[in-house]
Design a protein around this ligand. Structure first.
Ligand code: SF4
Ligand code: SF4
Length: 496
């Protein structure tokens, strides 16, 4: 057993209101500068829809992540040999048009224009060329139109649905959408690190945050191809790649990442997970059907006496163990089985988990009128407007039963709390729902509390930083990369 600690996250999708405050908080702190205008380390996209960059989920286009080859996992489009083959001409990399050409407005014209017959206008200009442009795309261009046929039909996740299911999805009375906020997943098996020939990317030993050393980056950009979530970006001004740093300077001083601190919907949770690094290969090479269950199995119980002893031997501080025991994300992921990893079939073992959206069951349109008489908020989850297959394609590598099980738990909590708070559902019906979800009323109350009432200190549990470990961890990563990579690595510098 090779115990390590990892900062993991849960985003509760039923709570996201799509306000983009998270994205703006991140941009104001980290990417509000030349060359980074188009970058949104935190972005919020609308599903069904094609996302940012466009169609990032389609690995037939971008060749990101790992693929299972026998009992091994290999990088799909950026390994040693494949990487060398595309190093000077990489057709699997998104170009600026796949993101969008960033623009601003000529605000000065509003103030400086001479007096005339017309109102002055602030025309859009490219932030790259300075020329006038007509914007045709943005980081969430399909915002709120994601559920409309215009954009949603292009979502590759619909491919698994029957023609009839697709048609039903686009009927006006069934139209449906949800927001999907995304940041780097700070994966346990990061394709970005494995692909970098320069050893510029590394995973911090003390908390698993994945960082990119700007001094070592040589702009090969294989990390951009390799990351299947497209969460590494190229700064055209500095000639270096950049990515989400999980606000480590804030985390190290006991503050929460800016996107989480500012989240209006309070959808975000942050905490420590312990895991067994010896099992990474097993998880990454699992058949699709076992991917999620095996990933959940990699995380260790911080109350287990054997884990406590081995964690101490591995040098994990007691304060980190304490944080792992109080971890809100552990509750959602392991104790309650409510949060699932995004696209586990990319095999990077992501550490950002999502509570899937439990949308209300649909009403119908009868004789041109909205009619909800035949449906209630408490219908079985199967009658949700979003087909199970679609959600399974995003969160469980196609395992529909697991999605159904997860949504049934969310529904059980909803029914139980309705029975407690409003009383129009009988106690026995509520108990039946809880039994079906294998929940007790105490569990349902705990889920309700953390979902609805918890303050900062319950939603974010960050252990004190131990920087002395970071130096050792960096050195270890460097040696591992030197043994496995292209050998382009410079001498390490102390303190990085
Ligand atoms: S999400 Fe992408 S950039 Fe982030 S750690 Fe995983 S592979 Fe690397
Ligand atoms: S700030 Fe929170 S609620 Fe608003 S879009 Fe971001 S994740 Fe959603």
């Amino acid at each position: 057993m090779n115990i390590r600690s990892q900062i993991a996250m849960v985003f509760h999708l039923d709570k996201c209101i799509g306000c983009h405050t998270c994205s703006i908080a991140c941009k104001n702190i980290w990417t509000d500068r030349k060359g980074a205008e188009y970058m949104w380390w935190n972005n919020v996209e609308t599903k069904p829809g094609t996302g940012y960059p466009r169609k990032w989920e389609e690995q037939e286009i971008y060749r990101g992540g790992w693929e299972k080859g026998g009992d091994h996992a290999r990088l799909r489009g950026a390994g040693k040999v494949k990487g060398l083959g595309v190093i000077f001409h990489n057709t699997n990399m998104p170009v600026i048009d796949n993101y969008y050409e960033p623009w601003t407005y000529q605000y000065n014209k509003l103030f400086d224009s001479p007096e005339g017959d017309d109102q002055p206008t602030a025309e859009p200009v490219s932030q790259i060329t300075g020329e006038r442009i007509t914007p045709v795309a943005g980081p969430n261009w399909d915002d709120d139109l994601g559920g409309s046929p215009l954009y949603a039909r292009k979502d590759s996740g619909l491919a698994g649905l029957s023609e009839a299911e697709q048609e039903a999805l686009f009927r006006l009375d069934r139209m449906v959408m949800f927001y999907l906020p995304r940041i780097c997943n700070h994966c346990l098996n990061p394709a970005c690190i494995a692909a970098c020939p320069s050893g510029a990317l590394y995973k911090r030993g003390e908390d698993g945050i994945v960082l990119l050393n700007q001094k070592r980056c040589r702009a090969w950009r294989l990390c951009i191809t390799a990351c299947p979530y497209k969460k590494v970006y190229y700064n055209w001004k500095t000639g270096k790649s950049e990515k989400c740093i999980l606000c480590y300077p804030r985390v190290e001083t006991g503050q929460f990442p800016a996107c989480m601190h500012t989240c209006v919907g309070r959808i975000r949770y942050l905490g420590v997970m312990l895991y067994d690094a010896d099992q990474i290969e097993k998880v990454a090479t699992s058949p699709d059907s076992d991917l999620v269950r095996n990933q959940l199995g990699i995380y260790l119980d911080p109350n287990d006496p054997e884990v406590i002893i081995k964690a101490r031997i591995a040098g994990i501080p007691d304060s980190t163990m304490e944080a792992a025991r109080n971890s809100p994300v552990r509750k959602f992921i392991i104790d309650w089985g409510l949060a699932l990893p995004i696209h586990p079939e990319f095999r990077t073992i992501p550490n950002l988990f999502y509570v899937p959206p439990l949308l209300p069951s649909p009403a119908a349109v009868t004789d041109g009128k909205y009619d909800n008489t035949g449906s209630t908020l408490w219908d079985p989850v199967e009658s949700s407007r979003l087909p199970m297959q679609y959600l399974a394609g995003i969160f469980t590598a196609g395992d529909v039963d697991l999605i159904r099980e997860t949504l049934a738990k969310l529904m059980a909590v909803r029914i139980y709390r309705r029975s407690v708070n409003v009383g129009d559902i009988s106690k026995s019906e509520a108990e039946e729902a809880l039994n079906r979800a294998r929940y007790t009323s105490e569990t349902a109350d705990a889920v309700f509390r953390l979902t609805s009432l918890a303050g900062f200190r319950e939603r974010f549990v960050i252990p004190p930083t131990h920087r002395e470990e970071a130096i050792e961890a960096y050195e270890e990563t460097r040696i591992r990369k030197e043994n496995a990579g292209f050998g382009f690595i410079e001498k390490p510098e102390r303190g990085l």
